[in-house]
Design a protein around this ligand. Structure first.
Ligand code: 5GP
Length: 172
């Protein structure tokens, strides 16, 4: 029987601002069996997809993306917040409820035609992952799927993703 990972996700009311119920994944990360189960679930899904890399979105996407890449025997590519990557980057700005944000990737991180899976911990409104998809588009990489541990279905991320393929292990 597979482990029920929802037991390892806790709800934190009013974080980071009043009214938000934050899904805290640190109990899952702190439990070796649960963390392994989450990574193994992704590994089985993507083992035969002929991927060239796993792309992780800063910062919780790194926590799931890096061990997944290792398990699949492929490289890991970070998408980061502005000003963090040392070599030449391309970037994309995207809007949040209040203000804007920016994500960057090294412009030599992937080759045109590379097949990749983008990993983040959680899909909410979808703004972050759609920005990541834009960056991959600019590099000519093929996003096979966007993979999340958690989808918050009531925030409309799947509509924002449109016809881009995505997958989540847990839905709320
Ligand atoms: P979106 O751009 O889809 O609205 O927000 C998703 C991004 O915000 C992800 O990078 C995710 O890490 C972070 N995020 C938003 N809400 C939560 C939450 O409740 N729990 C966690 N762990 N991350 C969240």
């Amino acid at each position: 029987m597979s482990l029920d990972l929802t037991q390892f996700v806790r709800n934190i009311p009013d974080f980071p601002i009043p009214g938000v119920q934050f899904k805290d994944i640190t109990p899952l990360l702190g439990n070796a069996q649960a963390f392994d189960a989450a990574i193994e679930h992704f590994a089985q899904r993507y083992a035969n997809q002929q991927l060239q890399a796993i792309v992780g979105i800063e910062s919780r996407g790194f926590i799931f993306g890096a061990p997944l890449a290792l398990r699949l025997g492929i490289g890991f590519v970070p998408i980061r917040k502005p000003g963090k990557l040392p070599a030449q980057t391309i970037g994309v700005d995207y809007s949040l409820e209040y203000g804007t944000n920016r994500l960057e990737i090294h412009n030599d991180a992937l080759q045109a035609g590379d097949r990749v899976v983008v990993v983040d911990d959680l899909l909410a409104t979808g703004g972050t992952v759609v920005a990541a998809c834009d960056l991959l588009n600019q590099l000519g990489a093929e996003m096979v799927e966007a993979a999340f541990l958690i989808e918050l279905t009531f925030l409309g991320g799947r509509e924002k993703l449109g016809n881009r393929p995505f997958y989540a292990q847990i839905q709320y």
